[in-house]
Design a protein around this ligand. Structure first.
Ligand SMILES: C[S@@+](CC[C@H](N)C(=O)[O-])C[C@H]1O[C@@H](n2cnc3c(N)ncnc32)[C@H](O)[C@@H]1O
Length: 173
């Protein structure tokens, strides 16, 4: 019988395997109210998060030192986060159900920039299954694509980890 591991614990284990430092440093992009940041901290990860929405961040229970209001599309994003959080390196950059809120060409550029940045170790992308209700109501744009379509568009060489909601990491990750 296998042991059931929560998604946040799995992410913490992935970060530990893929880190140069101890504890590993993880940044959650589109962290909302900071739930995953809190969970990672409980698993011994040096975790931080950012979101474009000040309202979401204001509702978080996470220490304000660990959260920042930033835009994933900001070309200076990694430098800005390293300065704000006072970290040398980001071992794992985790986009959490946020890429589908970017236009596909923007998501392509953003993920390529992260992959090419020497201060970022691995990137993990969790793709929302469907655009959120607000997008379906036409309040804002979203892109409805499968994980394999996102991967083919943004990361044809398969350097990053791409997961749907509820999907587990591979043992080889
Ligand atoms: C579907 S919610 C996911 C929230 C949280 N990660 C979760 O899984 O529960 C998407 C989040 O991405 C944020 N977001 C949207 N566009 C963003 C951007 N360009 N940069 C940073 N965050 C963004 C939204 O404010 C929202 O909190």
């Amino acid at each position: 019988m296998g042991t059931i591991v929560s998604p946040v614990e799995e992410l913490a284990q992935f970060a530990a395997r893929n880190s140069e430092g101890d504890p590993p440093t993880v940044v959650v992009a589109g962290c909302g109210r900071g739930r995953t940041v809190d969970g990672l901290l409980e698993h011994g990860v040096d975790a931080y998060g950012f979101d474009i929405s000040p309202d979401a961040l204001a509702d978080a229970e996470t220490s304000p030192d660990r959260l920042e209001q930033c835009d994933l599309e900001d070309p200076e994003l990694v430098d800005r986060l390293r300065t704000s959080f006072d970290v040398e390196r980001i071992d794992v950059f985790y986009t959490e159900q946020v890429l589908s809120l970017l236009a596909p060409d923007v998501a392509d550029r953003v993920t390529a920039q992260l992959r090419a940045d020497d201060a970022v170790g691995r990137c993990v992308h969790r793709i929302a299954p469907m655009p959120p209700a607000a997008a379906q109501n036409g309040e804002f744009d979203a892109t409805d694509r499968s994980v394999s379509e996102w991967k083919a568009q943004c990361d044809p060489d398969g350097e990053d980890v791409w997961l749907s909601v509820g999907e587990q990491f591979q043992k080889s990750d």
